[in-house]
Design a protein around this ligand. Structure first.
Ligand code: ADP
Length: 253
């Protein structure tokens, strides 16, 4: 897919981000076709979360461009205002490692908060959508519970429902199962796999290699703030080209 391909849902060119002297993203290029899934793998501290946060407008990159659906959304070479960041954020929704639910709001209130407060949708419509989504993930009975009353797996399913309720073009997952007890991981991965099957476009940072192999169209190995290697999941995970990728996979398998 060429950089100017309008059928690409997401095109990122030369994305850079430093925290003080620490260059975290050196120059990241990403292209994601509509309905595709990109899995980001790589050691802790390699920049995966920072990349996702830049894509969601939660973090301001220092350089590079982000295009969504063929439109230039952000060019970090020029001054970027809060309005531009919010416009970018509107394109995607993030599912966090630690769920990040509002602790003082019920499940239903958590799900409708974004649609009502940010997107200004009528509360009744947002609530109807939220209830349908909660039913889908088997959490109807938990709608009036608070996050602390739920298991980690249930909280993360609410996190996913909350992202879906925003009706974004792109779903971003930041290690969605790494805080879960092992017996709860399968449920959440199963739900993400279902969503991929329905054609949602996704970027997923994950340590679950088998899941990445099954769900992703492409896997990218991130190390030291660059994409060292990317490719077909089967090829990347079984026969990596780069020595750094090989070493990383060897440690995990
Ligand atoms: P990963 O998700 O691959 O574990 P991160 O993107 O979380 O990697 O972190 C990459 C690097 O960026 C780390 O060195 C981390 O300490 C640094 N970093 C991330 N966020 C911040 C921040 N808000 N302030 C300073 N340094 C940060």
């Amino acid at each position: 897919m060429s950089p100017t391909d309008a059928s690409a849902l997401l095109t990122v060119r030369g994305l850079q981000k430093s925290f003080g002297d620490n260059s975290v993203l050196a120059s990241i290029d990403v292209t994601l076709g509509a309905g595709n899934v990109l899995a980001l793998i790589g050691p802790s501290g390699s920049g995966k979360t920072t990349l996702l946060r830049c894509l969601n407008g939660l973090e301001l990159a220092d350089g590079g461009t982000i295009d969504v659906a063929g439109e230039r959304r952000l060019d970090f070479g020029s001054p970027v205002g809060k309005k531009d960041l919010l416009a970018l954020r509107d394109q995607s929704a993030m599912v966090f490692q630690h769920y990040n639910l509002f602790p003082h709001k019920t499940v239903l209130e958590n799900v409708i908060e974004g649609p009502v407060v940010v997107q200004k949708r009528p509360r009744a419509e947002a609530a109807a959508d939220a209830l349908a989504l909660l039913e889908r993930v088997g959490l109807t009975e938990k709608k009036n519970d608070y996050p602390f009353e739920l298991s980690g797996g249930q909280q993360q399913r609410v996190g996913i429902v909350r992202a879906l309720a925003l009706k974004p073009r792109l779903l971003l997952f930041d290690e969605p199962t790494s805080a879960l007890d092992p017996e709860l991981v399968g449920d959440v991965l199963g739900l993400i796999k279902e969503l991929a099957g329905e054609g949602w476009s996704m970027v997923i940072a994950t340590h679950e290699l088998e899941f990445a192999r099954e769900v992703a169209n492409e896997v990218a190995f991130v190390d030291g703030g660059v994409i060292v290697e990317r490719g077909d999941p089967e090829q990347m995970l079984r026969h990596p080209r780069e020595e750094r990728t090989r070493q990383f996979l060897h440690r995990l398998l």
